[in-house]
Design a protein around this ligand. Structure first.
Ligand SMILES: O=P(O)(O)OC[C@H]1O[C@H](O[C@H]2O[C@H](CO)[C@@H](O)[C@H](O)[C@H]2O)[C@H](O)[C@@H](O)[C@@H]1O
Length: 409
């Protein structure tokens, strides 16, 4: 999948599947400018069905996606890969030929990184913290926090999460990082005096009083009609009474309430407000009721033409219909950090989820850097390397720090 670049945007020359040869560090091509990401129109068009019933075809594709959305884990020991059958192990090892371990390939990675500035982008759930049944208890370990704190001393580091920015900051609790919440729709990044800010970017200060840039692309592309939406009568009307209402946060809380209401009878279902997105968790729902979860979500979002659905790990994620994702957030952060358009920069993105694939794709297709997929089960990815679980992520972060400390640059 090599790139031929013209003056404006790279052209994909070969849409063939990811080849083994692309997995070697030396084949990372020199930087070619990515297409501008801040296009004036980020609104996506999503075809909608008028019917209120989730028809069989859609229901089965939702269900298939729901079933395949996360490797089954029966106990935490799975994550330490102690209980794996021989078959699973063989399948995993075969898969690792295509996605080699970032730990065993560490020398290859650092050889390529020599003389370059590494920038680190880390997903939260399933990457820095193990997947647990209750999303409110997805704490990272003390050791992991220490490892992240150390790595952030040596490399610019950002967390890009589907959680709300405040919530993920609450879990990580480190100040020397940049945070992007709501799948990148709520970014608090560094201020760069020399660069122009895109629309919807405001300068502010963080909790420590440091100058920061706050970028919330969703509010730009779903123009606010605050006055209308926030009028008290709005709250009592059904959502279809204000189809043009486009205050995302307002939608988010409206949708949140509707989803909470419609799923309250489903045992184990949990709805989480992530500010610009709402997550509907079904990890603890009996599989025979997953279709009901899907139906409830479908029934709610069909009232909101400006919302769409994506799938995460045993979670349905409702988000605004804008062309913005973790990949765009990564590009935005690289620009904000003054690290885009440089041959001597090596971004590394570590993540476990489907939504992280957008970031892996940006790195792969732009020949910019490495995606590292965290997975204990084989799955197709745009990442270059793999790590099994958060424990291995921690080892990788520690190795980066040791390498940096000892390398003579
Ligand atoms: O982008 P991320 O930081 O990975 O956030 C994606 C979603 O992560 C959380 O859900 C996932 O982790 C939970 C805790 O381990 C688990 O219970 C759930 O099944 C997973 O889907 C978070 O709760 C969601 O809101 C995020 O969208």
């Amino acid at each position: 999948m090599d790139l031929k670049s013209n003056h404006t945007a790279p052209v994909l020359a070969d849409p063939a599947p990811i080849s083994k040869s692309r997995l070697v560090a030396s084949s990372l091509l020199p930087y070619s400018s990515p297409a501008p990401v801040f296009s004036p129109n980020l609104l996506l068009t999503v075809p909608r069905k008028k019917t209120g019933i989730l028809d069989d075809v859609r229901a089965s594709s939702w269900l298939d996606a729901m079933k395949s959305s996360s490797p089954r884990h029966t106990s935490t020991r799975d994550y330490n890969h102690e209980i794996v059958s021989a078959d699973t192990d063989v399948a995993y090892r075969t898969w690792m030929v295509k996605y080699p371990s970032a730990l065993s390939s560490f020398e290859q990675i650092t050889n390529f990184a020599k003389g370059k500035r590494i920038a680190l982008f880390l997903d939260y759930d399933g990457t820095l913290s193990p997947i647990v049944d209750n999303p409110d208890f997805a704490f990272m370990s003390i050791d992991m926090r220490a490892a992240v704190a150390k790595v952030a001393k040596y490399f610019p580091t950002a967390i890009i999460s589907g959680r709300s920015r405040d919530k993920v900051y609450g879990f990580v609790g480190l100040t020397d990082l940049y945070y992007a919440g709501s799948h990148g729709m709520d970014i608090m990044g560094p201020v760069r005096e020399s660069s122009d800010d895109p629309p919807n970017c405001i300068r502010s200060t963080d909790k420590q009083g440091k100058g920061v840039k706050l970028f919330q692309p969703a509010s730009e592309f779903l123009p606010m009609i605050d006055e209308v939406c926030m009028a008290p009568e709005c709250h009592t009307l059904s959502p279809s009474a204000f189809p043009l209402c486009s205050n995302v946060e307002f939608h988010s809380s409206q949708v949140f309430n509707s989803l909470v209401n419609s799923t309250k009878e489903i045992k184990g279902a949990k709805v989480e407000n992530n500010k610009f997105c709402v997550s509907v968790h079904y990890r603890n729902v009996d599989e025979k009721n997953w279709k009901t979860v899907a139906q409830c979500v479908h029934d709610v979002i069909r009232n909101y033409p400006r919302l769409r659905l994506s799938h995460g790990r045993k979670v349905l994620e409702v988000r605004p219909v804008i062309d913005w994702d973790k990949g765009k957030a990564l590009t935005f952060l690289l620009e904000s950090l003054g690290l885009s358009n440089h041959d001597d920069v090596l971004p590394i993105y570590v993540g476990d989820d489907r939504t992280d694939e957008d970031a892996f794709k940006v790195l792969r297709e732009g020949n910019l850097g490495y995606g590292i997929l965290v997975s204990s089960a084989p799955k197709e990815s745009n990442a270059f390397f793999s790590l099994r679980d958060p424990q291995e992520v921690m080892e990788f972060l520690k190795s980066l720090v040791n390498w940096k400390k000892t390398s003579v640059l």
